[in-house]
Structures are given as C-alpha cells and as structure tokens.
Design a protein around this ligand. Structure first.
Ligand SMILES: [Zn+2]
Length: 438
C-alpha cells in the first residue's frame, strides 16, 4: 500500500469511528424513525397504501441533503429514489441501497400479543410489523444519512437510496426503477438476512392453459372416449394430467442432474400450486388452467428455465394425439401477483472477488470481530433484479427470516446497530474509492 493511501484510510477510519460513537449516543433517533415507519400501515396485499410513508421518507431524505424523485406506480403507491450527490460523482464509486416499504399482512390480529403498528421495546427487541422485514433496515439507513449530514460528512461518490413498494406481493417496484435507468456500480438490498451476505435462487410463476376449441355437453362423453365414438375431442382437465406428470418427470430430472453450492439437492422445484377448470357437471371441461411456481439455481437464467419447461410440455403434447393438435398456452411471470397473478424474482449469484463484496465483508468484521456468514437465501427478494440488469449486488440486512411475516414480528436492537455501523463504514469507504483503483 502506498504511503498516501495509508494516511488516506487512517483518516477515513477516524471519521468512521466518530460516526460509530455518534450512533452509540444517538439511538433514540433511530428508534423514533422506526416508530414512525412502523406506524404507517403499509400492508401488502391489499397494498395501495404507501404514498404517505414514501412522502415522509422523501422529506426526511431532503433534510439530509438528498434530491428525491417520486416515480408513479399503482394508484395509492409510489416508488421513491433519493440521491445524495458526491463531490466527484464520475470518478468515484456510487452505490444503491434498496429497501421495500411494504410489509406482510398481519393475519389474525387476535394472534398478536403486541400491537403490529405501534413499536414496542422489550428485552432488547423491537416489536412491530415490518421490524425484521424490513423497516429496521430502512430506518437505519435514514438514521445514518442524518448523522452524515449533521456531521458534515461529504462523500466523493453518490449514494442512491431506493424506497420501493410491492416486494411482498411480487410487484415490480425495483424492476420498474431499473427499467427506468437507475443504476450504480454496486447495490445492496437491505432485506432480512440476519446480517449474512446472501445471494439467491430464482423464482418464476407461470400459467399453463389447455383449451378445447368447442365445449361439449356431458352427454357427448361416451363418443369422445370409447371405441367407435368418432368424436375427436377431449376434457381439458384430463389433458392437463399428462402435462402435470411431465412436469414431475422434469422436476425429478433436475433434482438428479442439477446442483449448486449452498442449496440442498432438489431445490429446483416445479410446484403445481393451483388448478382451475371446467364450468359445471353438465359439460365436458373446455378449459383448464394450471398455476405453477418454479424455483431455479442462481447460475440458471430465467429464459433458459422457462424454455426447458416449454420443451417438456411440447414433448408431452407430441405424444398425445389431441394435445398435438391443441397445444397449451404458457404465460410466464407477471409484474404483480395482485394485478396479473404472476411474479418474477430473478436469481443472484455472489461474486466474492468483487471489491465491494470484500469491503462489506471487512466492514462487518470491523464491527463484530467476525466474518459474516456468506450463504444462499432460502427465500427470494428484489436483489435478483440488479443482477438481471447487470448491476453487481448482494443482500445484507438485519432481522431474521423466522420473524418476517410472523405474529409479534421483532428485531434485535443490537443487530440493527451492527447493521447501521457496518453500512456507515462501507459507504464511507466505498464512495470514497476511485473507480480505477479496482
Ligand atoms: Zn422483505
């Protein structure tokens, strides 16, 4: 390391330690921000209830020197991007921090001992809907922006804060932002990882529809299934059966042949999750719709996996005289489970050689004296969209997955503090590192 780089980083370390000391002394503000965020009842579904929360965050960001933009989403929801310009944006690393403002439904209120939308503190844990998933992370980021602002900490590179909605209902909030050209050198999705650095497999839903060109009365059944009946027709429900079997064969083939470190074998599943067909007992079913959920490994592409399933369905059809001439339709994914009954979560591979990955690893170690766990999430979040749009990314945030979506959801305050300190150290170093220094 060169002499000037050394003093450079020593100086940065001094600033980081000052920020950490400030964090130790100013936890009331963190809890206050969390209390406010938890009070907004941003439950999804039904969704369409986040504008007030997003406006509050926008004002908060503006007070910390951010320029904010509100991007329209569904009626009653909007996406928010705040940018804090650096001193030399082009020459230094910039960063996206991404979080979702929507929270899971609370289920039966009677099963809660605590109040879901009123933050409570008990034995080191903060209780309220969204504390683990993921308002504690959003609050921590806002808190550290406030501390940076009040301490007059200027960065060389830009920090972009994305407060999205829709993640809980498979809605394309993050996707919409990235389609609109928001980008950075690196992105951290601060969703629930219990302070592990996580990648993830991909997940896509699809609808398979078998449709007969004509709907027959139940009285025609004999003619379409027995010798000499002479009617070339079929029940759409019965024709879905070989397709489901074909998908099971492919699922088993995947389990036998595919592998990925960090996943148990056979994690690539094709779930026939929901089926709907026919009209009533007086008719032969003219239509049948199968809703499937497909999970795949981080090194597989969405398009590849969809193609494999399409090929399998086609192969099943090729061996059936009726399906051969009445090919099913397949509709993949969708931008919202609520509006389109479809969702996509692309996979995210981890690049452990990436400078930002190593820096975050070091920052976590600086704060906790331990290396973070590096693993594959058993779940999915928006982080895969960054990879899909060519932006290196990881998931890293406080909160436990067992708490996310649960009754009496909570998060450990100590974990929130560790997270905030790690992020502060990361931002100060990453956004003051020159792009060509890599
Ligand atoms: Zn989440």
């Amino acid at each position: 390391m060169l002499e000037n780089q050394k003093s450079h980083s020593a100086e940065q370390m001094k600033i980081i330690e000052k920020v950490w000391a400030e964090m130790e002394n100013n936890q009331e503000l963190l809890i206050e921000i969390m209390r406010t965020l938890v009070q907004f009842e941003t439950v999804s579904p039904p969704a369409r209830n986040t504008i007030a929360a997003q406006e509050w965050v926008a004002l908060f960001l503006q007070e910390c020197g951010f320029i904010t933009e509100s991007i329209p989403f569904y009626k009653g929801d909007c996406l928010l991007v705040g940018k804090r310009k650096g001193k030399n944006n082009l020459a230094y690393h910039n960063l996206i921090l991404n979080g979702h403002m929507d929270v899971a439904t609370i289920g039966d209120r009677a099963n809660w001992q605590t109040s879901p939308f009123h933050l409570t503190f008990n034995e080191g844990r903060l209780y309220g809907r969204g504390t683990s998933d993921m308002k504690a992370a959003i609050a921590s980021n806002l808190w550290l922006f406030k501390i940076f602002h009040e301490m007059g900490i200027q960065l060389n590179g830009e920090v972009q804060f994305q407060s999205v909605v829709g993640e809980e209902a498979g809605e394309a909030g993050t996707r919409t932002l990235l389609e609109n050209g928001y980008k950075a050198d690196f992105a951290i999705v601060n969703d629930t990882t219990n302070l592990a650095i996580q990648g993830q497999g991909g997940c896509v839903t699809g609808w398979i529809t078998v449709k007969s060109p004509a709907v027959y009365h139940d009285g025609n059944r004999r003619q379409m299934i027995h010798a000499g009946g002479g009617l070339f027709a079929a029940s759409a429900i019965e024709k879905m059966m070989p397709i489901i079997e074909g998908l099971q064969k492919l699922e088993r083939h995947w389990a036998v042949t595919k592998k990925y470190p960090g996943f148990p074998d056979g994690a690539t599943t094709i779930n026939p999750a929901y089926i709907q067909g026919g009209t009533n007992p007086a008719f032969i079913a003219g239509e049948c719709h199968l809703w499937i959920t497909v999970h795949f490994y981080p090194n597989e592409s969405l398009e590849e996996v969809q193609k494999e399933i399409e090929n399998q369905v086609q192969a099943v059809c090729a061996s059936d005289p009726w399906l051969k001439e009445h090919q099913p339709m397949i509709r993949w994914g969708g931008r919202s489970m609520i509006e389109e009954q479809g969702e996509i979560f692309p996979p995210l591979e981890l690049d452990e050689q990436h400078t930002a990955f190593q820096l975050l690893n070091n920052c976590h170690h600086q704060v906790t004296q331990k290396n973070p766990i590096v693993e594959m999430s058993p779940s999915v979040n928006d982080s895969g969209w960054f990879s899909y749009f060519g932006i290196p990314a990881i998931s890293y945030g406080p909160g436990e997955l067992t708490q996310a979506h649960s009754n009496d959801e909570s998060v450990a305050l100590a974990d929130v503090l560790t997270f905030a300190k790690t992020m502060a150290a990361f931002i100060i170093q990453w956004c003051n590192q020159k792009r060509e220094e890599e």
